[in-house]
Design a protein around this ligand. Structure first.
Ligand code: ADP
Ligand code: F6P
Length: 322
């Protein structure tokens, strides 16, 4: 006897590559198990507008390879209010929908938690490039965003070497430095500036001067937007070191393009898992993958926990970039 008969799915907050693959998995798994499945257009705003449509197998055809989200997403201030949340729950109940899968980041999880407290069976899927969701090793979209940054740095490295310059690459990550950390490690950046670790640009500049004096022909500094502005870092570094610098702000290119195989597989596993958890009567949970194993964690705990920064990985990146 399944605990749910009809579910809805929405994508919310900053979009990420792999959201479509996750949506596809939720719809296909739900239909496989005989559920009615509805797609909510434009996140919580669409929920409040009762903008839902039934999904069938073909609704999610030919999207596994597409970045973005065919349900669109939105940021909805009204849903930050109790009245908005109550309206959202009413919309679902009026349609006989007894389960909701939310694909989004930490803010979207906050909304899912509020609906859970109003009696809606919810499951959260970590859809954000930031990788700032605890109780999962990685979020859907993170691998793709890091790959985009590494590809960009590979290109930048060539021209910086030709001109013997330093390059400051500003990447996304409002409050979390994981994109900067992992892309910096993967591309051999000499310096990685993240909000989680204090830094002194005087030290950075002095180390760069030493490296150039020892024969390095370029220097790559990756800075997370939550740590500093690339232009500010560039100005300070040039003033101190006298080495010419150029700034590249990657911006929203990190949020588009086709998801990597890793993100598609992660999305497929988590989307199917969320449906099976609802069928088994679980709710109010966030789904994740920890050491390769599918897990659920109370969404209340997830929304009240800050993801730990991996200092070992940070130290490794610096050791290897001497
Ligand atoms: P992300 O999910 O990527 O972190 P946001 O922080 O913009 O993106 O959150 C997306 C949406 O989730 C918001 O527009 C709002 O509708 C909802 N939301 C965010 N925080 C809360 C909250 N504390 N309570 C209820 N809803 C919230
Ligand atoms: O949360 C994901 C994210 O891409 C952040 O890394 C970034 O700072 C933010 O969204 C950008 O938000 P917007 O797309 O609304 O400019």
């Amino acid at each position: 006897m399944s605990a749910v008969k009809s579910i809805a799915v929405l994508t919310s907050g900053g979009d990420s590559q792999g959201m479509n693959a996750a949506l596809r998995a939720v719809v296909r798994s739900g239909l496989f198990h005989g559920l009615d499945v509805y797609g909510v257009q434009r996140g919580y705003q669409g929920l409040l507008n009762d903008d839902l449509r039934p999904m069938d197998l073909r609704s999610v055809g030919d999207i596994i390879q597409r970045g973005g989200t065919i349900l669109q997403t939105a940021r909805c201030k009204e849903f930050m209010t109790l009245e908005g949340q109550q309206r959202g729950a009413e919309v679902l109940r009026a349609r006989g929908i007894d389960g909701l899968v939310v694909i989004g980041g930490d803010g979207s999880y906050q909304g899912a938690n509020k609906l859970s407290k109003l009696g809606i069976k919810t499951m959260g899927l970590p859809g954000t490039i930031d990788n700032d969701i605890p109780f999962t090793d990685v979020t859907i979209g993170f691998d793709t965003a890091v790959s985009i940054v590494v590809d960009a740095i590979n290109k930048i490295r060539d021209t910086m070497s030709s001109h013997e310059r330093s390059s400051i690459v500003e990447v996304m990550g409002r409050h979390c430095g994981d994109i900067a950390l992992y892309a910096g490690l993967a591309s051999g950046a000499e310096t990685i500036l993240v909000p989680e670790v204090t830094f002194d640009l005087n030290e950075v500049a002095e180390r760069m001067k030493t490296n150039f004096a020892n024969g390095k022909r370029h220097s790559i500094i990756v800075v997370a937007e939550g740590a500093a502005k690339g232009d500010d870092v560039s100005q300070k570094i040039t003033e101190i070191s006298g080495i010419e610098a150029r700034v590249t702000v990657l911006g929203h290119i990190q949020r588009g393009g086709t998801p990597t195989a890793a993100d598609r597989i992660l999305a497929g596993r988590l989307g199917d898992f969320a449906v099976r958890q609802l069928l088994e009567g679980n709710s109010g949970k966030a789904c994740g993958v920890v050491n390769g194993e599918l897990t659920t964690t109370d969404i209340e705990l997830v929304t009240s926990t800050k993801k730990a920064f991996d200092m070992d990985m940070y130290d490794l990146a610096l050791r290897l970039s001497q």
